[in-house]
Design a protein. Structure first.
Length: 636
């Protein structure tokens, strides 16, 4: 266990290794050990435990709220998700997948680096509220075959087989495949559809969720090669986008990549990094729409492919400067969006009518520069900027500056200013259909200006405290709204938003294996024009996590308590506040390399709801009650 006498390092804040106290942002690191001991089954559950974050689930996708901002149905476009530094957000929706659509098995995670605040000065679009970089395990961590199996409520099952090793010639490899299946809740009640024509509001057997994925990595000296494939299908019970209730509506996401990276540190302290990757993302759905004959189905067929390349140089200059220069380029080879009606049965099966057939290819390039200047032994300035040029709307400049002051040992003050942007994506710009939504080809990018004061204090080797004050100003916010002229949904640059708040956290670790953390966030996010609080914006978030060793190094009890205050909905009502309690018992090495964990999530079966989006008839959507689960892992 790493105690706090050894300050951990982070890579993602500056694109090179540095102590978290030197990073120009507020950083959280989640380790593989914590993920195991808390019994998490998917990536969204991990993020739900993080200071200042809240998760919304609409029974299709999981959405991450950060610092009071969590518009329902925004597809996590304002979060940049990386896996080993590789950009995961796709080229159509720019979505960061966080639930069962997360592309790798969480058992492959070595650690998660969460970088709060604007990151566009290094990463460009989508690095709006936070950058999340998932660092994966390597072949040497397995030294052979490892298998795992998990089971839980709603006939939920997950299996994984992995093989990894490092060989005498320096080659290191990892192969891993997983499969997940859940029948979900077989009877979900939605009062908005409570009439005989809609089965009295009961959606039956319409919550199924399945995925399969494959991940492999190869390391040889300075070269890294990774491959990933993930396919997920979810049946959606909520009848969004004016689809027919209690009829099968599924969404299917398929994504993958191949990434080649070369990184070398030379004797003169020059770090050279170059990477090139190929990516694809496909989406399909199939549903019955209200207003169309019963034999006619509607389908969306989304296909995209893109190439991304990056070159970066980092060098220590004149002893006091650590400078980074980089070039980034993306070419979206294919951005196809198709919508069509088709007859599944009747007199003319197979007849197809095109509604949308939009095919595009786009590009952007960027150059960025950052410098870390050690002014004195106690004072440093980290400053940089990035210039992006998009062939769709033009250019954007994103600066960031942080003054970092260490007045005495293990105490750090950070004063941070940053600007970030989010480019409108292909879905927001060009998607339309006949019944629910129209396109918005003239959208402008969103921008955010962020001001932060961060105080970090280590108390001996066991305690670490953090207090963050932040103020955000967002211009040209892109949001999905209903046009009163035709009742169609449309994306528009609608609002200016102001957000302010304070985050506090205390973490503790002891040699015995006892560890815990508690955090509290108070925040307020409002529309600057109307003065109204934003939808799905909790004013208070409180979290408590603890791990207690029952048998040293072998048996652990973990518990967490999460509080979310009430959140306003689109109809000016509220999703009420709630507490959720989770407990897990985790054992390892009691019998050779066997690991067993059993947990109960939502221990007290709390009934709570999340706000629905513009696409839902539901003002709020009820979440799952008590869930039991067990997991077994064995390494050969």
């Amino acid at each position: 266990m790493i105690l706090f006498q050894e300050i951990p390092s982070v890579y993602s804040a500056s694109k090179y290794e540095q102590k978290v106290t030197e990073a120009p942002s507020s950083v959280t690191i989640i380790t593989a050990d914590e993920i195991k001991k808390y019994g998490y089954l998917n990536f969204a559950e991990i993020l739900r435990s993080v200071r200042g974050f809240h998760i919304t689930y609409d029974r299709n996708y999981h959405y991450l709220g950060v610092r009071g901002f969590g518009l329902p149905g925004d597809y996590n476009t304002r979060i940049l998700l990386l896996i080993d530094g590789h950009r995961i957000n796709d080229a159509i929706y720019e979505q960061a997948p966080l639930g069962t659509d997360f592309p790798i098995d969480i058992d492959l995670i070595e650690r998660i680096e969460i970088i709060r605040g604007p990151g566009s000065s290094l990463y460009g679009t989508n690095a709006f509220f936070a950058v999340i970089n998932v660092i994966t395990r390597r072949g040497r961590d397995f030294k052979g075959i490892e298998t795992s199996g998990a089971a839980g409520r709603f006939e939920t099952y997950k299996t994984r087989v992995s093989y990894g090793d490092k060989f005498p010639n320096g080659l290191e490899m990892l192969f891993s495949g997983s499969y997940y299946s859940s029948e979900g809740d077989d009877r979900l009640f939605f009062k908005e559809f409570d009439n005989p024509e809609n089965n009295n509001g009961i959606a039956e057997d319409l919550d199924n969720d399945r995925f399969k994925n494959f991940f492999s990595s190869f390391f040889f000296h300075d070269l890294t090669l990774q491959f990933n494939y993930h396919q997920r299908e979810k049946v959606v019970p909520t009848a969004p986008f004016d689809t027919r209730f209690n009829e099968r509506f599924f969404t299917a996401d398929e994504r993958g990549w191949a990434d080649l990276k070369y990184e070398r540190i030379s004797d003169d302290q020059l770090i050279f990094l170059a990477r090139l990757n190929y990516n694809f993302y496909n989406y399909d759905d199939d549903y019955f729409s209200n207003g169309l004959p019963g034999t006619v189905k509607t389908s969306d067929d989304i296909d995209s492919q893109w190439l991304q390349g990056e070159v970066q140089l980092t060098k220590i200059l004149f002893e006091k400067h650590k400078s980074t220069l980089g070039f980034d380029y993306r070419y979206s080879i294919q951005q196809d969006q198709r919508t069509f009606n088709h007859i599944r049965e009747g007199a003319f099966p197979g007849i197809r009518r095109e509604i949308l057939d939009d095919k595009r290819d786009t590009q952007y390039w960027a150059v960025y520069l950052q410098d870390e200047y050690a002014i004195t032994d106690y004072l440093a300035l980290n400053a940089g900027a990035r210039f992006d040029y998009f062939y769709t709307f033009g250019s954007s400049v994103s600066p960031r500056a942080a003054l970092i002051y260490n007045p005495y040992e293990k105490a750090t003050f950070k004063f941070v200013y940053g600007r970030a942007f989010r480019a409108p994506n292909a879905y927001e710009l060009y998607y339309h259909d006949d019944t629910s939504q129209k396109h918005s080809p003239h959208l402008d990018p969103e921008t955010i200006d962020t001001y932060e004061i961060i105080y970090e204090q280590y108390f001996g080797k066991h305690l670490r405290g953090t207090i963050v004050g932040f103020y955000n100003s967002i211009d040209d916010l892109i949001a999905l709204k209903t046009d009163p002229g035709d009742d169609l949904l449309v994306f528009d640059n609608v609002d200016k938003v102001r957000a302010k708040g304070i985050e506090s956290e205390l973490e503790a670790k002891w040699e015995s294996g006892f560890e815990g953390r508690t955090s509290y966030t108070i925040q307020e996010t409002e529309n600057d024009r109307t003065g109204e609080i934003l939808v799905n914006s909790p004013k208070h978030l409180a979290k408590f996590n603890v791990i207690i060793p029952l048998i040293k190094e072998k048996l652990f009890f973990s518990g967490e308590e999460q509080y979310t205050s009430k959140r306003e909905t689109l109809s000016d009502r509220f999703a009420e506040d709630y507490f959720v309690t989770n407990i897990t018992l985790y054992s390892r090495n009691i019998f050779k390399t066997l690991e067993i964990s059993g947990g109960v999530f939502n221990l007290f079966n709390k009934v709570y709801e999340d706000p629905g989006g513009e696409e839902h008839a539901q003002d709020t959507i009820e979440q799952d009650g008590r869930i039991f689960r067990i997991k077994v892992t064995y390494a050969f």
